[in-house]
Design a protein around this ligand. Structure first.
Ligand code: NAD
Length: 257
């Protein structure tokens, strides 16, 4: 445990697995009270258990981020449980419709945009309104390397994550003077259940990704969670409106093969 987020309280969406679980654990280890939220009750409650076993403080609240009423209820419940909202990690995202756009089912487009982009909009809107009442705060959105450059066969995902990067920049300009910072992370390939499922289905692409990484390895959820924790802390007080790639150098340029 450190003291970096002592007396701070906030929430994590999609905290029941992968990157969200790792950030919830990192935030709690830094001393924060964490409302762990996920559409999966099982995953979310497991994260709360892990945090409590490590001596931290956490509660679970079920929330599907594509439903604005549920998102508002999550923010209200966090403020009611902890008295304020100092930080939020908006992390829920899916990658439906992994085909060329000419073959894309519109339902996969809608589903992806609804969770990845509307979800971030609902979260940020209600979190900002809560933070304005209690003196400010820090928001971190999970974008992706696919929010910084194009990626074939995942146009809904790429479009949604570019949207997250743009929304993050605009909102940073709107509320800086009210002591609210908002940033995003752009994880590169990170070993989470989602990537493990994808690697199983696409072994050749998986090996190709590994070869293209300057670090020669994928990042871990903990690599991502630690940066989220830093961005939520006052150490990052001059960082606002940026998207931080956490990808071992992948977005720095192309490796000479
Ligand atoms: P994961 O599959 O490990 O976990 C995803 C979690 O999201 C699950 O617990 C699931 O129940 C929850 N979830 C799904 N739909 C939801 C909804 N509508 N509302 C609330 N929760 C919901 O995934 P992960 O790899 O940790 O991904 C987390 C975030 O990181 C996503 O936004 C993803 O796009 C992004 N990301 C991941 C990678 C990677 O390589 N893993 C790379 C770039 C970006």
């Amino acid at each position: 445990m450190t003291e970096l987020l002592k007396d701070k309280a906030g929430l994590v969406t999609a905290g029941g697995s992968g990157i969200g679980r790792a950030s919830a654990v990192a935030l709690a280890k830094a001393g924060a009270k964490v409302m762990v939220s996920d559409v999966s009750e099982e995953g979310g409650r497991e994260t709360v258990k892990l945090i409590k076993e490590g001596g931290g403080e956490a509660q679970f609240f079920k929330c599907d981020v594509s439903d604005e009423d549920q998102v508002k209820a999550l923010v209200d419940e966090t403020v009611s449980a902890f008295g304020k909202l100092d930080f939020a990690h908006n992390n829920a995202g899916i990658n439906a419709g992994q085909v060329k756009i000419g073959e894309l089912d519109s339902n996969d487009w809608d589903k992806t945009i609804k969770i990845n982009l509307y979800g971030i909009f609902y979260c940020v809107k209600h979190q900002i309104n809560a933070m304005l009442k209690t003196g400010g705060g820090a928001i971190v959105n999970t974008a992706s390397g696919a929010g910084l450059e194009g990626s074939p066969n995942m146009s809904p995902y790429t479009a949604s994550k570019h949207g997250v990067v743009g929304l993050t920049k605009s909102v940073a300009l709107e509320y800086g003077k009210q002591n609210i910072r908002i940033n995003a992370i752009a994880p590169g390939a990170t070993i989470t259940p989602a990537i493990e499922r994808w690697a199983e289905d696409n072994p050749e692409q998986y090996n190709g990704v590994l070869e293209s990484l300057p670090a020669g390895e994928m990042s871990t959820p903990e690599d991502q969670g630690n940066v989220v924790m830093f961005l939520c802390s006052d150490l990052a007080r001059q960082i606002n409106g940026v998207t931080v790639p956490i990808d071992g150098g992948y977005t720095a340029g192309k490796l000479q093969q």
